[in-house]
Design a protein around this ligand. Sequence first.
Ligand SMILES: Nc1ncnc2c1ncn2[C@@H]1O[C@H](COP(=O)(O)OP(=O)(O)OP(=O)(O)O)[C@@H](O)[C@H]1O
Ligand code: NI
Length: 379
Amino acid sequence: MHRFYVWAGCPLCKPATESVFIQEDFMSCTEKRHILEIDELSVSFLQYENDYSSRQIELPVISRLSVSVHEGEIVAVVGSSGSGKSLLAHAILGMLPYNAKTDGQMYFDGELLTEEKRKELRGNKIAFVPQSTTYLDPLMKVGEQVSQGRKNAARRERQRSLFARYGLGKDVDNKYPFECSGGMTRRVLLTSALMGEPELIIADEPTPGMDLALAKKSMEDFRTFADEGHGVLLITHDIELALEVADRVAVFYAGTTIEEAPVADFASEETLRHPYTKALWRAMPQNGFEPLPGVQPYVKDMPQGCPFGPRCSMYCEKCSGDIPMRRVGCATVRCVQYTGEPLAVEAHHTHYETAAEKSHTHYEAAEPSVEAHHTGGHL
Ligand SMILES: Nc1ncnc2c1ncn2[C@@H]1O[C@H](COP(=O)(O)OP(=O)(O)OP(=O)(O)O)[C@@H](O)[C@H]1O
Ligand code: NI
């Protein structure tokens, strides 16, 4: 087991002026099995410059995006419309349009995700709940699609109980997609994902159109699924929902990850790292509902360096250069201004060792590097 020692002042046990060495066990972020790892993914689309031109341009919509899901985890991907959430899901599943070009590496259970591997995993080890309700085959009855042609007594029973759990009557089996309402289709897509024996569920905005009770049930089912040692990548606009159900949150902005943080870090603005994540925190109703002026840049007007730069009060010259993703404890952040690591109090206390052990610890690495993370992980 790798151990790193992080230097931080504890707001509870020590006065603010006094710092303590605390030992943090990074098992949770470096050595747990990585079910999914996305490493510096970029996606661009080849497009004609305009309606009258035969010249093609490359439109970069996702750049150097990194995110991971470990066993037992629900990782929420949050970010505003157009930040690249759905494209990430489509890239993992090999469902991008023909004019898309990708770069970077993706791993599933430690294995490189090739085009062939994606086809093999899609609908088997990786289940997908799409954002759009048009994914069902319009010419096939719903029941057939949910059972995926694999009928046996156990699967029939599983389907019956899931349909009952999500308020889908027996008659739904025999309906064609056009006979289902939008909300019903969402429930069908969800039961379909829960039907098989996947390792990972990628759910792209699974709850719109569901009433609160059903939405809660679906989150409970994701929790149970994750607790069995699987993983869930939950894409949502809804940061409050994310904080309720997820273990970690990946924050997307303009096609890249700007921060990945354990949910406990959202307990206060101070324990978050990126100015955009802090602004999201302040915009939550319970934290003052403070709106963030400005809009996310469109791909064609992307600024140099940090995409959040034009809206950031901390912007300075160094923000216009290359901004690498840095690992800081169990989190990652893409901000050159971030210097410290105020640990979330909860995480800190969970990992605190006895006084005797503490006295033998020494400062080893305040910020384990991304390389350390990789070698300590599955690679
Ligand atoms: N086929 C395409 N060709 C060109 N650009 C595209 C294509 N598909 C998506 N985009 C662009 O990629 C960016 C990311 O889109 P994506 O659908 O991933 O956003 P999202 O975060 O899922 O948004 P939402 O919350 O609205 O679902 C957007 O700017 C979108 O316009
Ligand atoms: Ni989307």
